[in-house]
Design a protein around this ligand. Sequence first.
Ligand code: HEM
Length: 480
Amino acid sequence: MNNPQAPFVGLIAHHPGPCPVRGHGDAFHQATVEQGLPATEYFRLSGIRDCARQTGGLCSFWMGERLALYQLNNRPLLDDECLAASTEANHELFGGFLGSLHISDPQRAHKRRVVEQALGSQRFIDGLKPDICRLAAAYLRPLQDQPLCMEHLALQWVSHVDSHLPGVLDCRVKTLAQYLEDERFRAVVGGFFEQASKVISHDDTQGLEQHQALMPFVKDLLLSNFQSICAAPASNLILGHFALWGLAFTRQNIEALNLDRALEIGTIIIATYDTTALSLLWSMAHIERSPQTKREVIAAACATRDQAPHVIDLAVMEALRLGGSNPTVLWRRTIKACEIEHAGQRLVIPPDTLLWLDRWQANRDPNVFPRPEVFDPGNILVLQENGDQPHAFCTSLLARNRYDINSFSMLNTRRNPRKCPGRLFSVRMQSLLLRELYGHYEVSSEGIDLSLRRHSAMPKPARPGVITLRPKASGAPSDE
Ligand code: HEM
């Protein structure tokens, strides 16, 4: 089939790509799957990014036989109902997870509520603060004075704290940190989101073959932790899902869990710690590589009174802008003809168009951020709007209708109804862990390389580096 060269002549710039028949399809596959380039790199090297930059942030191209639009800014272009479910392309991996349901599906509201009533509630999260601080401190204490791989530390630390928090996962008998070390499960548990991201960011469907592998992990986790989950507060995400399915939380029902439900709860469990851990890794790596910000973070972590906005909250948001834990470029598919506005004109894009958002670049938009390529909490401060309260500024920034930074949505749609329901919890958790780290330890590091790792669909630092923690002379780390 010969593709038309430019589907939106005079409206949207078009990049033909290396092949007159398949456009960018084969070259993209070769670059991302075979050479291991991050997807954002492909769009730079291919010239699509420049093409979009010169023409208001959008550019059309052919991805094989599929029409595609590339977007370079965080402006919401259309309503969510015009799009297939976010995880349509990899729904086999996620089972009944709500991300795989169309926005109009009535089950979505119940499923979202299970997560939002706990992790989306400021009151619930505030109530967790003493537990997070206590657990975070206790975890670090035996690790003093030894070199630690920063990536391993972030994953183990977050999964340990998440496992113990009352009313979240309550996996205290055999923790997620232990599962990540268990050779029977660690490959599938540790690599789950990486597989899912390969499908959606690199268009590499091989990961879909893994979809059944999560089942034994989920059953083992629920059975091993049966007692602690049974005794958990009602907000517990696992109990919430059993209630949603109309099932009593019994050993028998766990044994009989079908694949759809096992994958659904498995996805929620892994989403809870894995995403936060990767974002925390970026936060620590950037702070370690930015001497001025590190000094400010240490001062803020040691201060007896919090300033507002807190510099550590700003640093977490800034690391989410530059790093974060969803792929550098993501796509969703239109399911009907939909109107968008571009360069002052209205145009209709047809069903079955792939909308690709390069969030890695959109989060570095020079029209929004004064120092787009530099880790500087000042980039976040400029986002303050009239009416943002200084002490709640980062919470306002995470609101559904804020589009300044894309780290919690696949695409930015109007009113963002799918924006991650775990975002408030995740940002708060990172902020409290960093206060513990920099408030009680002299932190030194070496070997960090912040460029993007090859052969990784999730954005990871090329080298996460090694850090060493030494207790501060001013006193031993506290339990508080
Ligand atoms: C830094 C941490 C996190 C990041 C970067 C992140 C990112 C995302 C992204 C990009 C989406 C897709 C939204 C869309 O479809 O447009 C999402 C959805 C979701 N996330 Fe997170 N997430 C994080 C933490 C969490 C946590 C802690 C949970 C806890 C369970 C969680 C649960 C979910 C759920 C249930 C959805 C589906 C929402 C829906 O379809 O309405 N996430 N997240």
